[in-house]
Structures are given as C-alpha cells and as structure tokens.
Design a protein around this ligand. Structure first.
Ligand code: SF4
Ligand code: SF4
Length: 298
C-alpha cells in the first residue's frame, strides 16, 4: 500500500472540513502540477446539450481539472527532438484524476467519474480537456495550435473528473497568457511571434495570426490538417492506413517488407504505448517563452 492508493484514508490535509481544499491538495500530491474547479454551468455557453458534464454524469455540479507537465525538463533539452515523443510522457494527469475521483467517492460520498476524453463512437471525444482547463481557470488558448497555456508552466496535459459534489469554483483567468510580452515585441519587429516563425503558414507551416494594438490576440490561423500530418504520424490512423496497403499488396516479399518497416512497426508500438500517438512535433512549444523558467534545472 502506498500513499497513491485510491482508497487511502484521509491524511491530515484531507481531514480539514474543506473538501475542495482536500481534493486539490491530493491532486497535487499524486502527480498534478495544477488543479482547478469549474461549476458545470460554465459549459452551457460553449457546448451543445448532450455533451455537457451533467449529460455525462446526471446531477453533476462540479468538474475538477488536473494539469501535469508531460515531458520532463531533461526531455525538452535533448538534442534529438524525436526522443520527446517516446521519453516524454507519463500521463501523470490521468493517474492523478483517477485517484481524485476515487477520493471524492470514498471521502465525500458523492459520485465522481473521469471525464471522457476519447470518443465512444465517431471521431469526436465527448469532452474537450482544453475547454475544461480554460473553464477551471488553468490557462488560455494560444497562437500555437490553440494549445492552452498555463501562466506558470505553459504546455500542460489535462484530465478532469466530473462530480455531483458542490465544490468551491475557481475564477477563470482574466488575462490571456498568450502572447507573452516578448512575443508581442517579436511580432512588432518581424510580423511573427516565435511560434509562428517556427512553423510559418506562408512557408509550408501551420501557424499565422495577428496581434492588435493592445498586444492581444486579434486573429489566429492554425492549419490543423497540415499539423496533424507532422505531429501525429503514428497512431490509430497510420495503423489503419498501413493495414489497407499491406492487405492489398500482392507481392509476398514486398508485403513482408512493409510489415517489418519502420512505419508499420512504429504504428504498432504507438498503439501499444499510447503515449507515442499523442504527438511527434513540439517545435511551436519549444520556442514558446511561457513556462520556460519552470523547465530550467541545473
Ligand atoms: S505541432 Fe509542429 S506542425 Fe503543429 S503547429 Fe506546432 S510546430 Fe507546427
Ligand atoms: S510563442 Fe507561446 S506565448 Fe508566444 S505567441 Fe506563440 S504560443 Fe503565444
């Protein structure tokens, strides 16, 4: 039995009579870097009926959102960018949110469930963790592929738990995290922010946009289709694509070569190690100043 056991009796922090504070303290102890709470009503403005937290868990009142840094600080420094995708992730946010959901049920007697981030049919996940992070006051959308940037850590990976417990909500961020002041200065100078310069839409990349006179995002352009062909080469889709070609291949020798190829092998491992299928490109985030200080170690 370890401190991370999901039915661990309450520690001294949990014994406070503030369930929200106890849940947050637990989330940070078990792998979260940030945690926030949003009341379910906040989804009404952005999400159609049928996809709101209370449609997923009847009687839901709150959503707890946990964000964790994926790649370690060392992984960000590795000169071979390809290693980020295989060494970077541990999905601490998923583990933490599962422990949080169990804690809510065992310690408060309210229902809790991990928010569904994968589709049960079709291609759309039932809930957007990006939106959940914004509504829980953990970050705002950025120029870089619409990634939600946390003011302290920058890029984070998010999971959420929906619960019938009425928890104390956090305010949403008033100040946009992106663009950072240095990005505004760069934009005034060269017409691009660092992320746009790393992946410029007008030179075959995916990002563009403009900043208004007050230094705020005015317009965002993100070519998601182009990005996905670079950042998500290996995963369910590449496996399906490769399988069709392999099945259609009449030449037995060539079929064997295709099965043993790097492409098919990596498509298979990305399914086995799901972490590999998340992304294979980080270049817009590598140049982003938000959170950089937190990645500095000796
Ligand atoms: S992830 Fe890569 S391809 Fe996608 S926007 Fe960022 S730099 Fe461009
Ligand atoms: S580099 Fe980061 S902070 Fe700067 S504009 Fe791009 S996403 Fe925003």
């Amino acid at each position: 039995m370890t401190a991370l056991q999901n039915d661990t009796p309450a520690s001294s922090e949990d014994l406070t009579d503030d369930p929200t504070a106890a849940i947050k303290a637990l989330a940070l102890r078990v792998g979260g870097d940030v945690v926030g709470v949003a009341p379910v009503d906040r989804w009404d403005e952005f999400v159609p009926e049928g996809y709101r937290p209370r449609d997923i868990l009847p009687g839901a009142k709150s959503v707890v959102v946990v964000g964790s840094r994926g790649p370690t600080m060392g992984a960000w420094r590795c000169p071979d960018a390809r290693l980020m995708e295989i060494n970077g992730y541990d999905f601490g946010n998923d583990r933490a949110i599962h422990i949080v959901a169990n804690h809510i049920e065992t310690q408060t007697g309210h229902y809790a469930m991990q928010a569904p981030t994968l589709p049960v049919a079709g291609h759309q996940p039932l809930m957007s963790m990006m939106l959940a992070a914004v509504l829980a006051g953990l970050g705002t959308r950025s120029f870089a592929a619409n990634i939600i940037l946390n003011p302290k850590y920058g890029l984070l990976y998010y999971s959420a738990a929906i619960t019938t417990a009425q928890l104390a909500p956090d305010e949403m961020l008033e100040q946009m995290v992106c663009p950072a002041p240095m990005c505004v200065a760069t934009y005034r100078n060269i017409g691009k922010t660092p992320c746009m310069a790393a992946c410029p839409a007008d030179e075959g990349g995916c990002l563009d946009g403009s900043i208004d006179e007050d230094g705020r995002i005015e317009e965002v352009y993100y070519d998601r289709e182009r990005c996905s062909t670079r950042a998500m080469n290996f995963g369910i889709n590449s496996l399906q694509k490769a399988l069709i070609e392999i099945i259609d291949e009449q030449d037995a020798e060539r079929r064997k070569t295709m099965i043993n190829s790097d492409f098919f092998t990596r498509s298979c491992t990305s399914m086995g190690h799901f972490k590999e299928s998340v992304a294979q490109c980080f270049e817009c985030m590598r140049v982003c100043p938000i959170g950089r200080a937190e990645r500095k170690l000796k």
